[in-house]
Ligand binder design. Structure first.
Ligand code: ATP
Ligand code: MG
Length: 420
C-alpha cells in the first residue's frame, strides 16, 4: 500500500500565456492519460490543480509513467486530509514516520487559499511545525535555511494536502505541441537521444534510417527498429514511424566512384538529400540528427557546412555541444544505451575509409559527385522503395528470427494487416 492517495502534477508552462497555455495543457493532459490508461488510476481536476488518484497502484509504477510525459515539470505524492490543524499534524506525523528513515533537517511550508482562516500562513506553519516536532524530535531538527526535507501543507476550504519534496519531471513541452521533425536514426548512441530530446521539447518525430543490407547485417536494421520501440514510449500515441531507405546501391556507387577522403562527406550529403525529399512528403518542418561537434571527421564545423549545403530545411542538432558522457547518461535513462552499444556495423562504419577529410569543401564534394552515375535516378528509386514501419512498445517486428529481409518483413506485415 502506498503512503499516499494522490499525485499532484505540475506542468512547466509558467512561461506560456493565454491560448498557448490552454493548448499546452490539453495536449499534456491527453499525453498523461495515454500513459496511465492501463492503470487503475483517475485524473482529477480540482481547484486549479491536476491530481492523479492512485488507488492501489504502486508508487514506482506511477513514477515511471509520469517520467515519460513531456511537459510535466514536477510532481508530488500527496496525502489528502480534512483541513483542520490537528488532523493535518497527525497525518503528517504518520507520513514522516513511514518515509523518513534517518535523522534529517527539515522545515514546514504552508500555502493557504482559504482566506477565511484567522491565522496567517506563517502562524499556521508554526502551529503545525510545533505539533509535528513534538512527535518526531528523534528524527527531525528544524533548519529553515537549508533543510534536507520540506514538509508542505496546502490548505483549501474543503481539504488539505500534505507532501514532502517534489520529483522533477521531464519538463519541456508535450510532444506534438511543436510540429513535426524527421529524425535521422542510426544504430548509435546519439541519434536516439537526439530524438528523445526533440520529443521532450514538443516535436513529434518520424524516423528515417538508411540501411545498407545486405552489405550490412540484418541485425543492424533490427537494432534501429528496436531503438524506435524504446523511443516510442515518449511519442504522442506511443508510435514512431520508421522509414527504412534501401541505401546499398547508393552506398556501393559512392564507394566505387568517390575518392576515399570524400566518401563519408558524399554519403552524408546523399542521406541529407533523401531526408529532405522524405521530409517534404511527410510534412516535416526540420531534419534532426545526433551530431555533436568534433566527435568524428564528419562532425567538424567545416564538414557540417559542406554536408548541409544540399538542403534548405533547418537541421536541428540537439546534442551539438553536449559532452559524450552526458549523452550516455541520457541514453541510459531512456534505456537505449544497451541496444546502441551492440556491435553491429551500419553503413557509416562498414567499408568507409579511415582517412576521411575533416575539412571537406562543397566545391570538391560536387566534383566528386560528378563521377557517380545517375544520382537523381538512384535517389528517386531509393525514395520510392522506402518501407515504413509503425513501431510501438509492443511491436513484434523480428527480422532476425524469421530470416526476413527488411522488404520481406514489411510485406509480411502488410499482408497481415490487409488480411485482417
Ligand atoms: P550516432 O551515435 O547517432 O550513430 P555518431 O556519433 O555515430 O552518431 P555518425 O555516424 O557520423 O555519428 O552520424 C551522425 C548522425 O547522422 C547520426 O546521429 C544520425 O542522426 C545520422 N546518421 C548516421 N548514419 C545514419 C543512418 N544509417 N541512417 C540514418 N541516420 C544516420
Ligand atoms: Mg553512428
Amino acid at each position: 500500500m502506498s503512503n499516499y492517495d494522490k499525485v499532484l502534477i505540475r506542468f512547466g508552462d509558467l512561461m506560456l500565456k493565454g491560448k498557448n497555455q490552454r493548448i499546452f495543457r490539453e495536449k499534456a493532459i491527453a499525453l498523461l492519460k495515454k500513459n496511465v490508461i492501463d492503470l487503475n488510476v483517475k485524473l482529477e481536476k480540482r481547484h486549479d490543480r491536476l491530481f492523479l488518484v492512485i488507488n492501489d497502484v504502486e508508487e514506482s509504477i506511477i513514477k515511471e509513467r509520469l517520467m515519460r510525459v513531456s511537459g510535466v515539470g514536477s510532481f508530488s505524492f500527496v496525502v489528502t486530509t480534512e483541513p483542520n490543524y490537528e488532523t493535518m499534524a497527525l497525518k503528517a506525523i504518520e507520513l514522516i514516520k513511514k518515509e523518513v528513515k534517518k535523522p534529517t533537517t527539515f522545515k514546514v511550508e504552508t500555502k493557504r487559499t482559504d482566506k477565511s482562516l484567522n491565522e496567517t500562513s506563517q502562524e499556521i506553519t508554526q502551529i503545525l511545525a510545533r505539533s509535528v516536532l513534538k512527535e518526531t524530535s528523534d528524527l527531525l531538527t528544524v533548519d529553515v535555511r537549508n533543510p534536507e526535507l520540506t514538509l508542505y501543507f496546502e490548505i483549501r476550504a474543503d481539504e488539505a494536502f500534505i507532501y514532502l519534496d517534489s520529483i522533477k519531471g521531464l519538463g519541456g513541452f508535450p510532444v506534438g505541441a511543436a510540429g513535426r521533425g524527421l529524425l535521422l536514426l542510426s544504430g548509435g548512441i546519439d541519434s536516439p537521444v537526439a530524438g528523445f530530446l526533440a520529443m521532450k521539447q514538443g516535436i513529434e518525430i518520424e524516423a528515417i534510417h538508411f540501411e545498407s543490407t545486405p552489405m550490412t547485417s540484418i541485425e543492424s536494421a533490427q537494432k534501429v527498429l528496436d531503438l524506435a520501440k524504446k523511443m516510442s514510449l515518449y511519442a504522442q500515441r506511443h508510435e514512431i514511424k520508421v522509414h527504412m531507405v534501401p541505401f546499398s546501391k547508393i552506398h556501393e556507387e559512392i564507394i566505387n566512384r568517390i575518392s576515399p577522403s570524400y566518401v563519408v562527406t558524399v554519403m552524408r550529403r546523399m542521406m541529407f538529400r533523401l531526408a529532405e525529399m522524405k521530409a517534404h512528403k511527410t510534412k516535416s518542418l526540420a531534419i534532426i540528427t545526433g551530431e555533436s561537434v568534433g566527435q568524428v571527421a564528419s562532425q567538424t564545423l567545416e564538414s557540417m557546412v559542406t554536408i548541409e549545403a544540399v538542403t534548405t530545411l533547418p537541421i536541428l542538432r540537439p546534442l551539438i555541444t553536449m559532452d559524450k558522457l552526458d549523452i550516455i547518461d541520457i541514453s541510459k535513462r531512456i534505456d537505449t544505451y544497451d541496444l546502441s552499444i551492440l556491435p553491429f556495423e551500419d553503413c557509416c562504419t562498414v567499408y568507409t575509409p579511415k582517412n576521411a577529410s575533416t575539412t571537406p569543401s562543397v566545391k570538391k564534394a560536387l566534383i566528386n559527385e560528378k563521377f557517380m552515375a545517375n544520382v537523381e535516378g538512384l535517389l528517386e528509386e531509393a525514395i520510392n522503395d522506402i518501407k515504413t514501419f509503425v513501431i510501438s512498445p509492443n511491436h513484434p517486428v523480428n527480422l532476425i528470427e524469421h530470416g526476413f529481409t527488411v522488404k520481406e518483413a514489411w510485406e509480411a506485415m502488410h499482408d497481415h494487416i490487409e488480411g485482417q
